[in-house]
Ligand binder design. Structure first.
Ligand code: NAD
Length: 725
C-alpha cells in the first residue's frame, strides 16, 4: 500500500482498483488463479488494506465493490483452506480469519464513508456476508445472479457475521428460513425481502476489466448511489413494522422455536448446524453485531467446523468440484438438442434444456403424448414464475424453445440427441437405427437407459463411436448427478459433448464405464432387491422403510425415504426391468419377480407400496396373496440385521464396481451414491461410512454370517476383506 491518496497499480493480486471522479474508489474483486472469488487470508488481507486506505484517504469519499468474474460475485470462504484445516485438525488460522473478518466488516459498517456493492452472479456464503456489511446492495437481473447462505449444507453456520446481520436486514423469520435451509434467493425475491436495495437490468460486459464494467448499468447505478450517499449520512432503512414485530423480544423465542421445529421435521437430529445457527441468531439479537459475532457466532462456528459431519460435507462438496473440473468439455457444444421420448424422463430433460437456453426438438410417437409432456414442462416452469424466480416473459421464451414433433427428420439438425424412449431393447435399437439414417453425420446419440449397457444398444450400430450414455436421475431438476457412460467404442468427442451438456445443465457429470447398471443402479439394485425379498418374507413395508430412514436415507432431499418408497418413485415397471436385467451379474441379484408382478394388474396402473403416506392396503393384499402361494418364514429379525441386509450388500457391490473399473476411486462411489440415490451426506458416502464405522474385514464377516442364514446372495467378494477401498 502506498502512502498518500493513491493505490499503485499492481499492488494487489486479487483486486483491481481505480479512483473515479468525486472520490469514488472502484474496487474489482478478481481472485487470481480461480474461476470464482473466494475469501481467505490472502484476499481478506488485501480487502482490509483497501478498506483502511479508503478510511484514511482524504480524497476517497466512498467505495464501490464489484466482481470482475463472469457470473460470480463471490463464492464465499475458501473451502479448500477449510478442508485442509479439518484434515490437520488445526483451526487457528481459520479462527484468525474469522476474527479479522468480523473486525473488518464492523469497520466497513461503521465507516462514515459509504460502501456500495454491485452484485452480479452468485453471491454465496461469505460473499453475501461481505455484501451485507456494505451500506447499500445493488443487483441485476443477470440469470446467474443469486444469493444464499449455504453454510448449513457444509455442516457449519454463516461465520462472517451472517447470523447477526441477516435478521436485522430482512427480519427474523425470513433470515431463519434462509440460514437454516441454505436456500437460494433470486434477485426479484431479494429485492422484495429487502436483502438488496436496488435492482437494474444490466448487460454484463464480456471483457471483465474495471474500465469495461464501469460502463455497465449496474455499476453506474452503484456509483451513483455512492455519490449520493457521500453527501448525506449513511443510514440503514428501518425494518418493516411487521418484521420488527416478529423480531421483537416477546415473539422472538416463539419464532426461533418454530424454526427449530421445522428443522427437526426436515433433517431430524442428523444435522446439528441448522440448530446451532438458530441459537446464534436468537442469542445474538440483543447484542451489538460485533459482540454477537465474536461471542456467540464464532464459538459455535468453530465447534461445527471441527465436527466429522462438516468434514464429510466439505469433502463431498470438493469432490463435486473435482468432478466438474476433471471432465473433457468442448467450447462449441451443441446448441440444439433432440430429445427422443416425451415420457416421464424425456419431458423433464427437455424442460431442463429449455431452461438453460437450448433449442429442443422433442419427439414422441403421438401428439397426445407430446401435448401431455408440454403440459408437464409448463407446470414445472410456471411454479418458478409463482415463486418470482422468473418473469412470465422468461416462461414464454422457455416454452418457445421446445418444439414438439412426431417426425424423426425434425431432429436431423440437432448435433446431440438424447434418447429417453421406453426401456425396451428392440425399441432402443430401432431408434438408434432411425437416428443413424436421419441425423447429421457428426451428431451424437446419448442414451438415458437405466438397465441396458451401451454395448447392448449399439450392438448393430454403423457408427458406435457416436454413442454415449447420459443417465439422468428422477426427478431431473432435483437430482444433481448424471452418469456419463463411456463404452470402449465411445469417441472422445461424444464423451466431451455429453459432459459439456450435463455441466451446462448444472449437473455433476460423473464419467463411468459401461457395464450392467453402470455404477449407481448396480449398487442400488442390491438395496432394492433385498427390501423386496424382505417384504416377501413378511416383514412390514413400514418397518423396512423406517430402518432406512433412521439411517438417514434421502434426508438431504428434504424427503426421507426408504427403499420401498423409492421403488414407488422410480416406478415399478422401470425398477423391475432394472432388477431383471441385472441378473446377468450373477446369483447375488435376486429379484422376487413373482411378487412384483402381483403389483402390475392387467390394464391398470401399477400398485405402489405407499399411498397417501400410509402402507397401501391393495399392496398389502398383493403381498398376502403372494405369501399364500409361496409360504416362507425367515423367523424373527432384529432391526440391526435388517439394517445389515439392506446396506452391507451395497458395500460389497461398490467394491466389485471398483474391481471391475466402473470407476477408479472410492470417493467417486461415495459421491455418486450421495447425489444419485440420497445416501446420507453426513455419513460421508457409502464406503467412507463403512470404513469409518467398521474394522477391516468386518463387513465381509457379517456378510458371511448373513450368507449362512439367508442365502448365497450375501457371499462377499474377496476384495472386500483385502481393504484398499
Ligand atoms: P416413459 O415410459 O415414461 O416414456 C417413454 C416414452 O418413449 C413414451 O412416451 C413413449 O411413447 C416414447 N417412445 C416409445 N417409442 C418411441 C420412439 N420410437 N420415438 C420416440 N418416442 C418413443 O419412460 P421413462 O420413465 O421416461 O424412461 C425413459 C428412459 O429413461 C428409459 O430408458 C428409462 O430406463 C430411463 N430412465 C428412467 C428413470 C425413471 O425413474 N423412470 C430414471 C432414469 C432413466
Amino acid at each position: 500500500m502506498s502512502n498518500g491518496d493513491t493505490i499503485s497499480p499492481g499492488e494487489f493480486k486479487h483486486f483491481k482498483t481505480v479512483v473515479l471522479n468525486e472520490g469514488i474508489l472502484l474496487a474489482g474483486f478478481d481472485y487470481s488463479g480461480k474461476s470464482v472469488n473466494v475469501l481467505n487470508v490472502e484476499s481478506m488481507t488485501e480487502w482490509q488494506k483497501i478498506v483502511q486506505f479508503a478510511e484514511q484517504s482524504a480524497v476517497i469519499k466512498g467505495v464501490v465493490l464489484v466482481s470482475l468474474k463472469e457470473g460470480n460475485f463471490c463464492a464465499g470462504a475458501d473451502l479448500e483452506q477449510m478442508h485442509h484445516a479439518q484434515r490437520q485438525r488445526s483451526f487457528q488460522e481459520m479462527e484468525q480469519l474469522v476474527i479479522a473478518a468480523h473486525r473488518l466488516f464492523d469497520e466497513m459498517e461503521r465507516s462514515p464513508k459509504p460502501f456500495v456493492v454491485a452484485v452480479e452472479g452468485a453471491c454465496l456464503g461469505g460473499g453475501l456476508e461481505l455484501a451485507m456489511a456494505c451500506h447499500v446492495r445493488m443487483t441485476s437481473t443477470h440469470p446467474k445472479t443469486c444469493f444464499a447462505l449455504p453454510e448449513v449444507k457444509l455442516g457449519i453456520l454463516p461465520g462472517f457475521g451472517g447470523t447477526q446481520r441477516l435478521p436485522r436486514l430482512i427480519g427474523l423469520p425470513e433470515a431463519l428460513g434462509m440460514i437454516t435451509t441454505g436456500k437460494t434467493v433470486f434477485p426479484r425475491q431479494a429485492l422484495r425481502m429487502g436483502l438488496v436495495e436496488g435492482m437494474v437490468t444490466s448487460i454484463p460486459s464480456s471483457v471483465r476489466t474495471l474500465e469495461r464494467v464501469q460502463k455497465e448499468t449496474l455499476v453506474q447505478a452503484a456509483i451513483a448511489q455512492a455519490r449520493v450517499l457521500c453527501s448525506v449520512p449513511v443510514r440503514r432503512p428501518p425494518l418493516r413494522a411487521s418484521l420488527r414485530f416478529l423480531s421483537g423480544p416477546g415473539i422472538r423465542t416463539l419464532v426461533c422455536r418454530y424454526a427449530r421445529h421445522q428443522v427437526i421435521k426436515r433433517v431430524r437430529h442428523f444435522y446439528p448446524a441448522p440448530l446451532r445457527a438458530i441459537d446464534a441468531v436468537g442469542r445474538g439479537i440483543g447484542l451489538s453485531i460485533l459482540e454477537g459475532s465474536l461471542t456467540v457466532e464464532k464459538p459455535l462456528l468453530l465447534d461445527l467446523m471441527a465436527s466429522q459431519i462438516s468434514s464429510h460435507l466439505v469433502g463431498l462438496f470438493l469432490a463435486g468440484e473435482e468432478v466438474k473440473r476433471n471432465i473433457a468439455t468442448i467450447p462449441a457444444a451443441a446448441a440444439r438438442v433432440g430429445v427422443l421420448g416425451a415420457g416421464l424422463m424425456g419431458s423433464q430433460i427437455a424442460g431442463q434444456l429449455a431452461e438453460k437456453g437450448y433449442e429442443v426438438v422433442l419427439r414422441d410417437v403421438s401428439s397426445d403424448i407430446l401435448a401431455k409432456a408440454i403440459g408437464r414442462i409448463h407446470k414445472a416452469q410456471i411454479a418458478q414464475v409463482r415463486k418470482r424466480i422468473i418473469l412470465p416473459s422468461d416462461l414464454r421464451y422457455r416454452m418457445m424453445r421446445v418444439a414438439p414433433t412426431i417426425h424423426i427428420k425434425d431432429v436431423s439438425l440437432a448435433s446431440l440427441v438424447i434418447e429417453a424412449v421406453s426401456e425396451k431393447l428392440d425399441v432402443k435399437r430401432a431408434v438408434l437405427a432411425e437416428f443413424e439414417s436421419e441425423a447429421h453425420p457428426d451428431a451424437i446419440l446419448a442414451t438415458n437407459t437405466s438397465s441396458y449397457t451401451l454395448a447392448d444398444i449399439a450392438a448393430s450400430a454403423v457408427h458406435p463411436e457416436r454413442c454415449v450414455g447420459l443417465h439422468f436421475f428422477n426427478p431431473v431438476a432435483k437430482m444433481q448427478l448424471v452418469e456419463v457412460v463411456r463404452a470402449s467404442f465411445t469417441s472422445d468427442m461424444a464423451l466431451a459433448q455429453a459432459c459439456s451438456l450435463a455441466k451446462r445443465l448444472g449437473k455433476f457429470p460423473l464419467v463411468v464405464h459401461d457395464g450392467p447398471g453402470f455404477l449407481v443402479n448396480r449398487i442400488l439394485s442390491r438395496y432394492l432387491a433385498e427390501a423386496v425379498i424382505m417384504v416377501a418374507e413378511g416383514i412390514s413395508v413400514l418397518r423396512i422403510d423406517t430402518v432406512a430412514k433412521n439411517f438417514g436415507m434421502a434426508v438431504d432431499s428434504g424427503h426421507p425415504m426408504g427403499p420401498l418408497e423409492l421403488l414407488d418413485l422410480i416406478g415399478l415397471p422401470v425398477a423391475l426391468h432394472v432388477l431383471t436385467s441385472l441378473a446377468v451379474l450373477g446369483s447375488r441379484i435376486e429379484s422376487r419377480d413373482a411378487l412384483l408382478r402381483n403389483f402390475l394388474p392387467e390394464g391398470k396402473p401399477p400398485l405402489t407400496f405407499w399411498k397417501s403416506e400410509k402402507e397401501n392396503p391393495q399392496a398389502l393384499d398383493a403381498v398376502a396373496n403372494y405369501r399364500r402361494a409361496n409360504p416362507s418364514e425367515a423367523g424373527p429379525i432384529t432391526d440391526d440385521i435388517l439394517h445389515q441386509r439392506l446396506f452391507f450388500p451395497m458395500v460389497d457391490e461398490a467394491v466389485r464396481c471398483l474391481n471391475d473399473k466402473i470407476v477408479e476411486h472410492p470417493w467417486q462411489v461415495d459421491f455418486a451414491l450421495t447425489y444419485g440415490i440420497g445416501f446420507p451426506a453426513f455419513r460421508g458416502g457409502l464406503l467412507t461410512w463403512a470404513r469409518q464405522t467398521m474394522t477391516q474385514g468386518q463387513v465381509a464377516q457379517e456378510l458371511e454370517s448373513l450368507a449362512i442364514k439367508y442365502g448365497k446372495r450375501f457371499e462377499p467378494c474377496p476384495a472386500l476383506s483385502n481393504g484398499g477401498w
